[in-house]
Ligand binder design. Structure first.
Ligand SMILES: [Zn+2]
Length: 86
């Protein structure tokens, strides 16, 4: 069984690359009973959706719709910067 730390790490990994079948099963079985990680997954997905938008939309969204912690805000800002530099 996964602990919450490994589960959240896998959730973040899932956003960047595909998980193996084994990892997916481990993660899904953790998410069935762990509400905390489930919430983390939902938030991560939301952030991922936001990151696919153009930068000006991102600022609009983040200021109105969701309340993000500082770490997440920094993550978004860094991603936006990376996109601009590409
Ligand atoms: Zn958990």
């Amino acid at each position: 069984m996964l602990d919450c730390f490994s589960a959240t790490k896998k959730i973040s990994k899932k956003m960047d690359e595909k998980l193996s079948l084994k990892e997916n099963i481990q993660l899904q079985s953790h998410l069935i009973y762990c509400k905390k990680c489930k919430r983390f997954e939902i938030q991560t997905k939301k952030i991922d959706e936001i990151l696919k938008m153009p930068p000006e939309k991102i600022l609009e969204k983040t200021s109105h719709n969701i309340c993000l912690n500082l770490e997440t805000q920094e993550k978004i800002i860094n991603k936006v910067k990376n996109k601009i530099n590409q």
